[in-house]
Every structure is written in C-alpha cells, then in structure tokens.
Design a protein around this ligand. Structure first.
Ligand code: SF4
Length: 315
C-alpha cells in the first residue's frame, strides 16, 4: 500500500523513494507556507521541485516519513487518484497582468474549488488564461478558458504529453456566470457518456460536432444536470461500456501477466480499487491502454505474482 498522497518516485538498488504534491490552488503560496516546505524538506532530506501544474512537489522521501510530513505541512494532497480533475492552471489575469482581458484568478479559483479531485472517466486538466496569449496553455488542456474583449472562449479536448491534441473551440463570448455553467455541462456530459478515456479521445470517438451539439443544446435548454455515471460506490465499480483495445480478455478469463491493464479494468472493473491502492493509478492514461500488467508491475515496483493473485481474487 502506498503512503497517503504519495507517488512511488523511483527504485534504486532496491530502495524506494516517494514524492508528495500538496494542493496549492492557482499556484499561490504564502511566505509562511514556503517556510513549511523548506522545513520539512530540510528535516526529511527531501528535494523540492516546481511542477507544471503550479505546485511544489517534495520528492526523495521515505515511506515512513510521509504521514508526519503531511501533518507538519498542514496542507491536503493535490491529487485524490488518477482519474479525477487533477489541476486547474491559472494565469495572473486582471489581478496581476497588464494584458489581461478577464479575471482568470477569480474563475480559476472557483473552478478549483468546485472540481479539484472530482472523479472523472479519465484524468482531467483545466487551464484558465486571462487573454489570448494563453499563458496557462489552455488549448492543451481538457477544458481551456481564454479571456477576450468579448468574454470567455471555451476550448475542449486538449492534451499534451505523449499523445498531444489541440483543443477545439466549443463556444465563445461568455460572461463569468455563463462560463461556469458551460463547464458544468461539459463535465456532466463527459462523466455521463465517456468510457475510461481523456476528453479529447472521447470527442474524437463521438465527433466534435456531436459533442458540441449535445452539450450546447443542454446548456441552451438549461437541461437538468444528469447524474454522472457512478464509478465509486461502496468500493463497487459499475462495468464500463466500450473497448479501449482489441481486447485480450473476455469475461470469465483469468488475468495473466500478459493481460493489458485497460482490458482488465474494462472487463473486471472491481479490480480498480485494488489497482489504485497498489499505486497503479493511471487507469485512463495512454500507457494503460497498451501496457501488459507485467510491465506495469515492474514500473511500479510491485511483485507480479502477488498482483495477479490479488486481481484474480477481486475480479
Ligand atoms: S494569458 Fe494574458 S493575462 Fe494571462 S498572464 Fe498571459 S498575458 Fe497575462
């Protein structure tokens, strides 16, 4: 079991070290908090690293120190698990930037408050930029907002990383109140209809035209917000429709070392909590789509036979 809020960072000479990433909404940090980071890093021989999500990661930690570090920091972990809203990147906007057209800090912090760690079909990142310079990289975020003279433009389906995709513009010229409502409809539609797939993948699968038409129709008609697909309920997981690969498993098959992670979670969704608790949290990432469980176990430092035994018990 991983220490709370920690990622396995590396295994060197059989020794594991961990990283934690406290939640810093918008990347704002007070001098007092910075002092706490410095104190725990010094005390526990941690290394501090700025992340692309406007946070400060503390890495090179020992498992047995992690809980004490959380207590001393007094900050919550940034990420609940892999498939959730993982970050809201916010540029300085009208609060601090002379070029800004919109208040990205206000909207970004509101989105952070509403959605951070909210469970989603896959990982989700949000970028909020106060003008078209797009310093929060809004067009490579799952949901990206860009401020203009006329209001907020909303982009959907962007991602960076190993499978980059530019977001497409869903709607423009929205007020602050309107943009928050549109984001709620996007989230809701994605939650209710997507497989374990990034928003961009989902849009590619159903077509941008269909996604745009259906989300905006709900927004225009002020449709009731649907109840999203409940993925976590008393630790039971509902089967997920659709397929992410050609398929290495069908229902009833044993899970083996060659079973693909994405197929395991699609055919046997009850294995998801066990996979997450063992640190295989990236259940919607592109690696999971094609990675056999033997490779995932090696990367995450998990004993393979024990893992397969656990998964077959849970399925
Ligand atoms: S996106 Fe625009 S408002 Fe935001 S920091 Fe960049 S230049 Fe300033």
């Amino acid at each position: 079991m991983l220490p709370r809020g920690a990622n396995l960072q590396r295994i060197k000479n059989g020794k594991k070290t961990y990283a934690i990433t406290p939640h810093l909404p918008g990347g704002f940090v007070t001098p007092e908090r910075l002092e706490k980071y410095a104190n725990v890093a010094r005390k526990y021989h941690g290394a501090l690293k700025l992340t692309s999500a406007q946070r400060i990661m503390i890495t090179n930690l020992q498992a047995e120190d992690v809980e004490a570090i959380w207590q001393e920091l007094g900050i919550e972990p940034a990420i609940g698990f892999a498939n959730c809203v993982r970050s809201v990147k916010i540029c300085p906007g009208t609060t601090f930037c002379k070029r800004a057209k919109k208040d990205s800090v206000k909207i970004g912090l509101e989105l952070d408050k509403r959605y951070i760690k909210k469970e989603m079909p896959s990982r989700m990142k949000i970028g909020v930029s106060g003008c078209p310079n797009s310093c929060s990289e809004s067009v490579v975020k799952d949901i990206g907002l860009i401020g203009t003279e006329q209001g907020w433009d909303v982009y959907v389906g962007g991602s960076a990383g190993s499978h980059p995709r530019l977001a497409e513009k869903l709607i423009g010229d929205l007020s602050d109140d309107e943009v928050l409502v549109v984001v709620e409809y996007i989230m809701n539609y994605y939650q209710a209809n997507a497989d374990i797939e990034r928003l961009g993948k989902f849009i590619d699968r159903i077509s941008f035209a269909k996604f745009q038409e259906e989300v905006l129709e709900k927004y225009t008609n002020k449709s009731k917000i649907e109840t999203g697909k409940v993925l976590v309920k008393n630790n039971e997981f509902a089967p997920l429709p659709g397929g992410l690969t050609e398929g290495t498993l069908t229902i009833g098959d044993d899970i083996t070392a060659d079973s693909i992670v994405a197929d395991i979670i699609r055919i046997y969704p009850n294995t998801i909590p066990a996979l997450r608790s063992l640190g295989l949290g990236c259940l919607g990432c592109p690696s999971a789509t094609g990675e056999p469980i033997r490779q995932a176990a090696e990367i995450h430092g998990i004993e393979l036979d024990e893992l397969i035994k656990t998964l077959n018990e849970k399925r």
